[in-house]
Design a protein around this ligand. Structure first.
Ligand SMILES: Nc1ncnc2c1ncn2[C@@H]1O[C@H](COP(=O)(O)OP(=O)(O)OP(=O)(O)O)[C@@H](O)[C@H]1O
Ligand SMILES: [Mg+2]
Length: 241
């Protein structure tokens, strides 16, 4: 029998395989100056694992997450996300394929909530579940349960988050990112504006995703949070371009 290399999580199939991706920005308003950010970025994440992207401000951590989510175009390399019947390369996926991949396979908690005018917090959080086809009432119940866990006062649930405090908006954003069942979850500083009690809730939510076999890639400036959740740190400075 041929032995297969197993990950620490005990499975041979990564949920995410980043292969030699590179990113440079062309600043069209600055006479087309190019700004190389990262090159040769390679790492894999297996089910049940949380990988932290480390490195100083400006190293390219958020840019890497945005490439994995398909928000930033990738110049070279592949970003393979596990899917049936075969992995999908985010770097070359058609827009429609990318939308379906996000709905079914990739969750993303951005650093800041993108507020949609007039949509209340409960609907913002429930929306990914409704898009998955979950019954609206059940989706709203799950959204309320998550917002309660994150200590968002119930009087805010029916209000649009535009006027919420930074920490309140971040909790709405975290709830929206965690409500779905996507097996790959990308987190860009999900606890940066939170107090210790709510940071602890997010740490628990991350642990539950890991226990459920999800793969997470996160950026955590707070060392205590990183130590609590990350199985490995990938230092992005070694990919600087
Ligand atoms: N859309 C963009 N256009 C031009 N330059 C960009 C763009 N996005 C990022 N950059 C540049 O790429 C570099 C890396 O930025 P990035 O946001 O990925 O860093 P980071 O490691 O997440 O930093 P931080 O820890 O401060 O969040 C920076 O020099 C930034 O100015
Ligand atoms: Mg960043």
């Amino acid at each position: 029998m041929i032995a297969t290399a197993l990950s620490a999580a005990g499975t041979a199939e990564p949920l995410l395989a980043v292969e030699a991706i590179a990113k440079r920005f062309t600043l069209h308003l600055q006479g087309g100056v190019t700004l190389p950010v990262v090159a040769g970025v390679s790492f894999s994440v297996f089910p049940g694992e949380c990988v932290a992207l480390g490195g100083p401000s400006g190293a390219g951590k958020s840019s890497i997450l945005k490439m994995v989510y398909g928000n930033y175009r990738t110049d070279t390399g592949r970003i393979l996300v596990a899917d049936a019947p075969a992995p999908v390369d985010v770097a070359t996926a058609e827009p429609r394929r990318l939308i379906r991949l996000r709905r079914e396979r990739i969750g993303y908690v951005s650093q800041f909530l993108r507020v949609i005018p007039r949509v209340c917090a409960l609907d913002v959080v429930a929306e990914p579940l409704v898009a998955e086809g979950v019954d609206k009432g059940a989706a709203l119940a799950r959204a309320g349960a998550l917002l309660a866990r994150l200590n968002l006062p119930e009087r805010l649930w029916r209000l649009p988050p535009a006027t919420f405090s930074g920490g309140e908006q971040q909790r709405v954003n975290v709830a929206r990112g965690f409500i779905g069942a996507q097996p790959l979850l990308l987190l860009d500083e999900p606890t940066a504006s939170l107090d210790a009690a709510n940071r602890a809730v997010v740490i628990d939510l991350i642990a539950e995703k890991k226990a459920a076999g999800c793969a997470l890639v996160g950026i955590f400036h707070d060392a205590d949070t990183r130590d609590a959740v990350a199985d490995r740190v990938v230092d992005v400075t070694r990919f600087s371009a």
